[in-house]
Design a protein around this ligand. Structure first.
Ligand SMILES: Cc1cc2nc3c(=O)[nH]c(=O)nc-3n(C[C@H](O)[C@H](O)[C@H](O)COP(=O)(O)OP(=O)(O)OC[C@H]3O[C@@H](n4cnc5c(N)ncnc54)[C@H](O)[C@@H]3O)c2cc1C
Length: 453
């Protein structure tokens, strides 16, 4: 019997498909990398079912790519041609909720926004919002990519919230790792190892995560600067003052231009910082006044938004706005991260490369975390221009590594940035390979992602 026959015998008819339209959806994520059609897609509904699927795939050495919403941006959800896609998006239950402990246990397919809707009744929320994909991204996918968002400046990324996981390894073993203690000094931290491993070590079948109290109040403000470097310099200064800063986002003038073009916002086309503070009113008032005076000392001014305009609604459209700047062109993206004091140097370098290589580069991101997206627009049909854009993206990554940073602050390595992974991690990649063999001896879990074996 082939793997397809075995899976068909195992699963109800509505949980397996080889239909072209289903395979087409399962063949890609939100990256611009080439799609790969799998042998089949299966929709799991329980841990036991996933264990059975893994055992069958082990017998046949069939690759498994686990899929939440498929919103990943670096190809980590693109399957192998000889493999299956294990879709967990039907596993959406809240298994347990302990509001007094600020903890919740969920199935992996629950969507970020849906979880927050659920938590709201107790005045709680799960903070590491993945911004523009919060309405689709699953908690399993967020853990597997260690996703973060605008509020990660104050609250941290997804990994910081994961306490306990139920996982199935590549050898078909179901394990509970971690526990509900918030602070522990008890052996190796396997939970942190799985978080960010892009489905290459184990399949997450349940997760216990911390949540946080909704802030008493929020205040948003925006500042404009005459140059990108001035705005970038202000970030480190603002962060130094111990303000209760929940978010600090940078948008260069090209991004603001693109946003005006997309939505007619009428924003002044200058580099900007968007800030949000959390806390009681007195803290909001004093913190925002202090931030304003720091920005003014550095040549910044308050950026007035029109009535009804909200900074995060505007920021939310940044990627779409860039895409529309040159219809038919494709984005070459990266999401580098580095110590915040290096932000001015990296922003300046991106803008230098843009002029030097005659390519539009748009920079923005969660800069309070030292995280910058540099999106390059290029014509994929024009082979030399496309290659130039890929080369420029690599130059930005190399510069980041020189600045003691990382290739990816939040999107992962997937297939998109494998080529430079050894440059960042050196000989420790060999140790990672050994770890992978322990979890997945037959190399069936999302093979080819992050690094080659
Ligand atoms: C418009 C837009 C905006 C975005 N903004 C952000 C942002 O601000 N911050 C950010 O961090 N990301 C962002 N992303 C990227 C993406 O949304 C996140 O990486 C998200 O966490 C992926 O969730 P998902 O459910 O779509 O995962 P998928 O794409 O389905 O999977 C991602 C990876 O996790 C693995 N995986 C999924 N579920 C499991 C599981 N149960 N067990 C083991 N492995 C699993 C997959 O195999 C794959 O390797 C954005 C994407 C888009 C399209």
């Amino acid at each position: 019997m082939s793997i397809l026959d075995k899976l068909t015998a195992l699963l109800p008819a509505d949980q397996i498909s080889t239909q072209a339209d289903h395979l087409s959806v399962a063949s890609h994520d939100e990256s611009t990398l080439n799609a790969v059609s799998p042998l089949a897609i299966v929709w799991a509904t329980s841990t036991a079912e996933i264990a059975d699927i893994v055992h069958l795939c082990l017998e046949e050495k069939t690759p498994i790519t686990t899929r939440g919403a498929g919103s990943a941006l670096e190809g980590s959800t693109i399957p192998s041609a000889n493999g299956i896609v294990l879709d967990v998006s039907r596993m959406t239950q809240v298994i347990n909720f302990w509001p007094d402990d600020l903890q919740v246990r969920v199935q992996p397919g629950i969507i970020y926004d849906h979880l927050n809707e659920y938590l709201k009744r107790e005045g709680l929320f799960f903070p590491p919002s993945p911004g523009g994909s919060g309405d689709v991204a699953t908690i399993g996918g967020m853990i597997s990519t260690n996703a973060s968002g605008i509020y990660s400046v104050k609250y941290g990324g997804t990994r910081e919230y994961v306490l306990e996981l139920e996982v199935i390894t590549g050898s078909g073993e179901t394990l509970k790792i971690g526990n509900r203690a918030v602070k522990r000094s008890s052996g190796y931290n396997l939970v942190d190892l799985i978080a960010g491993s892009e489905g290459t070590l184990a399949i997450i079948t349940a997760a216990t995560i911390k949540v946080a109290g909704l802030p008493e109040g929020r205040l948003q403000s925006a500042f404009k600067f005459s140059t990108e470097v001035d705005a970038a310099r202000a970030v480190s200064e603002i962060c130094k003052y111990g303000l209760d800063l929940a978010a600090i986002e940078f948008l260069d003038r090209k991004v603001i231009e693109a946003l005006n073009h997309l939505k007619n916002y009428g924003l002044e086309e200058v580099p900007a910082l968007f800030l949000e503070f959390h806390g009681p009113q007195a803290v909001l008032d004093s913190n925002s006044a202090l931030a304003a005076s720091i920005c003014e000392d550095l040549g910044g001014q308050v950026l007035k938004l029109a009535d009804g305009q909200r900074p995060w609604e505007i920021r939310h459209h940044a990627t779409d706005a860039v895409k529309l700047r040159r219809p038919g062109y494709t984005i070459v993206r990266n999401d580098v991260a580095f110590p915040i004091s290096r932000l001015p140097e990296i922003v300046e370098y991106c803008h230098f490369l843009s002029g030097e290589h005659d390519l539009p580069i748009f920079t923005f991101g969660h800069v309070g975390l030292g995280l910058l997206h540099a999106l390059i627009l290029a014509n994929r049909e024009n082979v030399s221009e496309w290659q130039r854009a890929l080369d420029v993206s690599d130059m930005i990554i190399k510069k980041t590594i020189e600045c003691e940073g990382t290739i990816s602050g939040e999107h992962g390595i997937g297939l998109g940035h494998k080529n430079l992974f050894e440059l960042e991690h050196g000989r420790s990649v060999e140790l990672m390979r050994r770890i992978k063999r322990q979890f997945d001896p037959h190399h069936i879990l999302n093979p080819g992602k992050i690094f080659d074996m």
